[in-house]
Design a protein. Sequence first.
Lengths: 180, 661
Amino acid sequence: MKRLLFALPLVVAIIIGGFAIWGLSGGRDPSALPSVFISQPVPQLSLGPIEGVNSPGLTTDDIKAMQGIKLLNIFASWCGPCRAEHPNLERLAREEGVTLVGVNYKDKPEAAAKWLAELGNPYAAIGSDYSGRAGIDLGISGVPETFIIDADGIIRHRFAGPLVGDGLRRFMETLNEVRK
Amino acid sequence: MIPELGQFALSLALIAALVQSVLPMWGAARGNVLWMRSSQASALAQFLLIAFAFAALMRSYIVSDFTVENVINNSHSLQPMIYKIAGTWGNHEGSLLLWVFILAGFGAAVAFFGRNIPQALKARTLSVQAWISVGFISFMLFTSNPFTRVFPPPLDGTDLNPLLQDLGLAIHPPLLYVGYVGFSIVFSFAVAALIEGRVDPAWARWVRPWTLAAWTSLSAGLGLGSWWAYYELGWGGWWFWDPVENVAFMPWLLGTALLHSAIVTEKRDTFKSWTILLSILTFSLSLLGTFIVRSGLLTSVHAFAVDPERGVYILGLLFVSIGGSLALFAWRAPAMEGGGLFAPISREAGLLINNLLLATATATVLFGTLYPLFLEAVTGDKISVGPPFFNASFVPIMMPLLLVMGVGPFLSWKRADLAGVLSRLKLAFALAALVSLGVWYATTGGPVLAIIAMGVGVWLLIATAQEWATRVKLFKPDAWARIRRQPRASHGMTLAHLGVAFLVLGATGSSAWKEDIVAFADPGTVIKIAGFELTFESVERQQGPNYIADVATLSVTREGEFVTNLYPERRFYPAAGSTTTESSIRQTLAGDLYASLAEPAAEGAKNNWVLRVLYEPLVNFLWIGTAFLVLGGGLSLSDRRLRIGAPRKSKPAPLSATPAE
């Protein structure tokens, strides 16, 4: 009995270790946040275009009117990770048959225009969210974030962070699931 | 060239650690004095090599060597020099190098200052210390090399995270690490004692100064960290029960328990297996902290760039070190008990209660920290455990502890007279009750727990002061001589206990009676808080070395009289592309008036500045309390008895008539 008592700390440590192994494996992503908008329609957005950029603005009705699966990407010219994911967004828009729309978050129009001119503009429509209001409505925690919206205008997935490397791979898996 | 030499030195340090982890241990088993003595040379070699590697990395930061990937990611040529230096440990790889540097430093310190420790115990301890070194140096070399080069080098770096560009935070990690990692040597002592199969009062006496050094440093590190959070993050809070804070707090709690249980082992030759267990667990919690911060297991505002592969490696290290030592404990410790008996009311019993409550508090924090992981594993739900849980569970456990803390130092070893002690403390009790009632009267309907906590804080303050006054017979002639004659460690205890009382007052005051106003402000806006009137005068743009700042001017008046000006700032760091708030605080003992500036809602609009103004009563007692803890620890550490140590023969130390610390 006494021996068992002395082994107790070991047992507790092993149990905690077991949970830790679980926590590290299986592609678990502690930063994947559930969104209150999952399985909900896109909240009401009504964003004007960015001055000096040849893309229409973005409203919820525009999104609903678009065919097929839409990706809603929130970006800003001041955000480094956005620059990193930009080529991948261009490829997604070109090759995956999805419509990419953007929300330019808390960004100066001239800076955003310069950024898009430099890197290319893969977006079918971009809403300028200079005040950050749309960001609050969408419940984002930072930039970049990307939402998957299905053909019926329902938000199916929220991804926080840049679409590169491992994150992109997981995002593609989810995208393929939504397609089914 | 120098970064390559640094990496080479690190590889050599790994070899030195490998030798140190085998040879002295073997020598101790076979009684070969020469092999045991080799631990001194290898501990010193290991320390110097890692020191060289650390200096090499620091040099890369000082000269802004942008061919080193680590420097690119965490420094910028325009950054002030102090933050260039601090950048060395402001990232995963560099902080890990600091980690092993301190680890090797403690090993070398034991090798050279632990002259009175028996040869075999010392050799085994240093070998165990080297096992930890091997684990972490290899971890660095294989997964997190700080010296990786980049070609072609970029023109400039991406800047140290601006939040970390702060004096408090520049010195916070080294202090925290000295504490965190310092418990490694206590762990090594414990494992060595388990291997040797002997724990006696002399062992406890050798271990105590190291525990005390680590604990003191950890106290300072935690205090600085929370001070940084208070004035830099701009939320006016100083403790958020964030996983990363918790994992630094748990070793402190358990280390406090260890500090007390080691006294019992030293003075009364009992609590042996418990002291050993605490030594192992304290460092295990430090390791768990390292794991959680670097593996991304839990989300936290503090986390380093996380990488699950690193997590797997550290988890492996944890499995070997914690699992191995606890298995050894389960195997060897049952044979260890014995020693002095004591009555239910005695100093031993008091310290037992202290230990039980501290251990329970630690377990509560551990459970709260890991609960989101448990729940996600079992049900898949994602939650976060926040202050409400900890306030409801941790605080009630601390209350009885604080009550006992007032009485404990009065109790004598073996058997004490509780009724006599309590009757002497009547005054303290009455005053505490009076303060509670007074607070209740002043804030009718205020939070009950906070009112009790204020009373408990006052109780502890007075009881501790009274114990000290009784001990030195303060009001009799020649009190000063008696104060000088008392061991410094006993004064250290008084200081540290007073520090805890201040912490309780500060923590309670600033969380229960905080006033908080968020206002949209424009020049001319007036904000009223806690009897002050703040007028928002203007905002000016200023240029700093590597940032642009918007500085607001607020003039503060009370009942029409001018009090002071506050200048909260908002800084934009172009290289890192992020902003920080620099709050402006009017500090007084009664409370802090705290102002911070948030980003403008929209440029050009009316009321476009967001101002946050707080009044935090008694918050400065937190920093005063921390200072007392550190002073108390330092004073005890300078005690002659700890420096000289115990005689070589392992007889129980003579029971002194003076109260212990």
